[in-house]
Design a protein around this ligand. Sequence first.
Ligand SMILES: NC(=O)c1ccc[n+]([C@@H]2O[C@H](COP(=O)([O-])OP(=O)(O)OC[C@H]3O[C@@H](n4cnc5c(N)ncnc54)[C@H](O)[C@@H]3O)[C@@H](O)[C@H]2O)c1
Length: 319
Amino acid sequence: MKRVLVTGAAGFIGSHVSEELLRRGDTVVGIDNVNDYYATESKRRNIALLEKMPGFHFVEGEIENSDLLEDSFRKHGITHVAHLAARAGVRPSIEDPFIYSRSNVHGTLTVLEVARKFGVENTVVTSSSSVYGNSQRVPFKEDDSATDQPISPYAATKKATEVLSHTYHHLYAMNINVVRPFTVYGPRGRPDMAPWLFLAAARNGTPIKKFGNGETRRDYTFVGDFVTGFIAAIDRPLGFEIFNLGNSATVSLNEALDIVSRITGKELIIEQHSAQPGDVEITNADISKARRLLEYAPKTSFEDGMRTFNEWYGLNVNG
Ligand SMILES: NC(=O)c1ccc[n+]([C@@H]2O[C@H](COP(=O)([O-])OP(=O)(O)OC[C@H]3O[C@@H](n4cnc5c(N)ncnc54)[C@H](O)[C@@H]3O)[C@@H](O)[C@H]2O)c1
């Protein structure tokens, strides 16, 4: 049985990772500052859900606060770290880069430093597919040097977390698996991300902002698939490795909108806009390394995943 510190446990992916760890009998200490990047009520609901499960302890606060982290490590004898807390989102990072640097860079450094001090067995650090920027090498492979040229403050902070992780592995022989998620969506999803925005607009009969000609493609990953890969990364200390955790199939914006229309049974109201600066043409994960070393095998198509998301949305957001 593992005793796992999950940072960002109140958030979308962190709550799913925590739930899965608790379900199999691990102890989870969740830390989250419950910030208002999006509605804090949904984060509070996630915490309440986790608190119903045996083995969950919640600490409200900043990951930059090393005293708070050390207290949790000491009190609960943490054996593993699942680091998911971060400021997410590309566009807002252009508006306020400092808040991204504080949470994502200083925060990650604090988590790594405390994990080192307490000698944990394995740490998983969450990066992002954004580090690939406008890479022309499609599908994206982990060793792509395009990740040295991030194109947003968010991507730059995520690249920094990877580099710091490597340093801690090199200096202290820590086991650290870095994972790069590709547009994760599903129940309890993030309200600022396209899958949520599309569903909400379709169901409410409000306009959907469409940027560009609809031919941009995304590798959408269903949260249940992502979590199996993430947990395999917790369970396998491998020295230092970086893994793409995507679906590996891509869906164009036009196809995604068709799917949303089909599963909600609604005609979409499209508001056309020109392509946005900073948006990338395609994200597409080569997942052969994760298949090989983590036995990662995503199996949910975008249409099936969106059906599940839509059902959850109807029951939990508005019916
Ligand atoms: N959802 C995706 O598609 C996606 C894609 C790429 C990368 N990621 C990464 O995955 C991780 C989880 O993302 P998510 O989609 O669940 O986002 P999320 O915003 O729902 O979750 C992040 C959580 O971290 C908390 N947090 C942020 N800064 C903190 C700080 N300084 N101290 C304590 N808590 C803090 C937030 O309150 C939030 O609950 C993040 O690291 C994100 O960058 C997500």
